[in-house]
Design a protein around this ligand. Structure first.
Ligand code: HXC
Ligand code: NAP
Length: 287
């Protein structure tokens, strides 16, 4: 993974990445580690998170603490923070990355299925943000929170309604606290990715039976999925001191996908080039 920031750009920082053992969380954690940060990763599956931490240290050197934690449980979040403070003397950056999601018509969901997604995404994010924010304010630490949302945080989306509700909440949390906690030197920002291939997301959101009917890449003007290094480099910048005046921002990284879906006439891409003469004639013919 080629990184944009210079070597040791994140040295001296300790970064907690929820869900940092897999997918985009893992890629961001590796990038932060390569730039000199101490890393704390947490997720529910103890074996996965511990193996991810040891693999990362073996591959890149540095310090990675992997801890089992369900972000829905405030006491477990507090324990992770305590362990990180004991090992590294503090935490400077929180990345709210842990999530749950699956594709489903909303009327097929049980109330528990709705709860599970909202609890992981929204409650998990506010649990971590609140627990760390209290500590940061008390110790007067300049710190930041980066939350991974999605482009449907503001457009909404059918078939992932619990996730859309929860991610919209995380975006509201980001913008609200950017305003409230800026005075303490705490910045809150978000990244809104379009599709980036990960096992976790693609197995639950783009199952083969559905993608046979429609190709998600066709909705993306750049005609490809995102690459992990593209998102990881953006995350490195936003948590670094180079972004010290960026607060309350949400940066979209989706190859133009959501605007393509929103633009009234973008579907005219389906018109073959040779048909434009005929169309122009018909339009001009109307005077
Ligand atoms: C309908 C479902 C379901 C499905 C689970 N449920 N899967 N309902 N359709 N496909 C229901 C269950 O029946 C149960 O309700 C309730 O949801 C909880 O399910 P459990 O399996 O008991 O929960 P749990 O083991 O905690 O697993 C949580 C999970 C799972 C969210 C369901 O998918 C998970 O662990 N996900 C973590 C990783 C992840 O989702 N990554 C993707 C992030 S991508 P009942 O009533 O039966 O008890 C993303 C944005 C992508 O967020 C945007 C792309 C552009
Ligand atoms: P992923 O690999 O499935 O990541 C989700 C992580 O969250 C897993 O490591 C999972 O680990 C952890 N997690 C789930 N529930 C948890 C809980 N209760 N407590 C603690 N950790 C929990 O999927 P991903 O694609 O990398 O997603 C990462 C982030 O990017 C998510 O916020 C997602 O919404 C966002 N995103 C992804 C895409 C994409 O296309 N990939 C697009 C837009 C946004 P355990 O199972 O071990 O708990």
């Amino acid at each position: 993974m080629e990184l944009m920031l210079k070597e040791n750009a994140l040295q001296g920082k300790t970064i907690l990445v929820t869900g940092g053992g897999t997918g985009l969380g893992r890629s961001m954690s590796e990038a932060f580690l390569k730039l000199g940060a101490n890393i704390v990763i947490c997720s529910r599956k103890q074996d996965v998170i511990e193996k991810a931490a040891s693999d990362m240290m073996q591959q890149h050197g540095g310090q990675v603490l992997g801890l089992a934690c369900d972000v829905r449980k405030y006491d477990e979040v507090e324990k992770v923070i305590e362990a990180a403070y004991a090992k590294f003397g503090g935490i400077d950056v929180l990345v709210n990355n842990a999530a749950g999601n699956f594709i489903s018509p909303t009327e097929r969901l049980s109330n528990k299925a709705f709860d599970v997604i909202v609890d992981i995404v929204l409650k998990g994010s506010y649990n971590c943000t609140l627990a760390l924010g209290k500590k940061w304010i008390a110790e007067k630490r300049k710190a930041s929170v980066l939350s991974i949302v999605t482009t449907y945080s503001w457009t909404g989306s059918g078939y992932v309604v619990p996730s859309a509700c929860a991610k919209a909440g995380v975006l509201a949390l980001t913008r609200s606290l950017a305003a409230e906690w800026g005075k303490y030197g705490i910045r809150l920002n978000a990244i809104a990715p379009g599709p980036f291939p990960t096992e976790g997301a693609f197995s639950r959101l783009f199952p083969e039976a559905a993608t046979k009917l429609m190709d998600p890449k066709k909705r993306i003007p750049l005609q490809r999925y995102g690459e992990h290094h593209e998102l990881a480099n953006l995350a490195c910048y936003l948590v670094s001191d180079f972004a010290s005046y960026i607060n309350g921002e949400v940066v979209t990284i989706d190859g133009g996908e959501w605007l393509y879906g929103a633009g009234e006439f973008n579907a005219f891409d389906a018109v073959p080039q040779e048909m434009w003469d005929l169309i122009e004639k018909q339009v001009r013919g109307k005077g």
